[in-house]
Design a protein. Structure first.
Length: 184
């Protein structure tokens, strides 16, 4: 009986590990696309006349070429009750830096399994800000993928003590993390 329960717990922790890594890869992909303009959210153009799409890697919108990762979304896509607030943040150098650092560090922490508590909370804050920038969401009056990802991050946060597939056990055994458990 105990073996069945332990095995079931192991399967659950592997599912949470897979979700942690997948969400981490979503954050890392967003960082890479904005940094280098890989043609998904950044550096993709549509010719309305011919209805063709083209990708210009490292276009002027990419951060590597001096573009702002926040201007397009916050200036042109923001809507709803917080539109003015988000419009005012668009293109701000500090906001751009914090956004890119957040994408990179949250993604790395989740994929590696270190600093998961800070990464999960930071990820939830970032996702909820992105959700609140476009109220109401396009396909549902309340829910969208930002809410779903936030709930997954909450699950990752509360199951982090039983982490598998990462450096979490090693990380949690470090003296600094033992002294400051919020770093776990």
């Amino acid at each position: 009986m105990a073996t069945k329960k332990a095995k079931k717990g192991t399967v659950q922790f592997k599912i949470w590990a897979a979700l942690r890594i997948l969400i981490g890869l979503i954050f890392l992909w967003a960082f890479m696309d904005k940094m280098f303009g890989l043609g998904y959210a950044t550096c993709r153009t549509v010719d309305m006349e011919s209805k063709t799409e083209s990708v210009n890697v490292l276009c002027e919108k990419s951060v590597a070429k001096g573009g702002s990762p926040t201007t397009g979304f916050l200036k042109f896509a923001a809507k709803g009750p917080l539109q003015d607030f988000y419009n005012d943040l668009a293109g701000n150098t500090v906001v751009d830096f914090l956004f890119m650092a957040g994408l990179l560090l949250i993604g790395l922490a989740l994929v590696l399994g270190i600093g998961v508590k800070v990464a999960a909370v930071s990820g939830i804050v970032l996702l909820m800000m992105m959700w609140s920038a476009v109220l109401p969401p396009e396909n549902n009056p309340i829910l969208d993928d930002h809410i779903v990802y936030s709930v997954v991050l909450l699950g990752i946060l509360v199951t982090n003590g039983n982490q598998v597939w990462g450096l979490g056990k090693w990380w949690q055994s470090q003296d600094l993390v033992k002294k400051f458990p919020v770093l776990a």
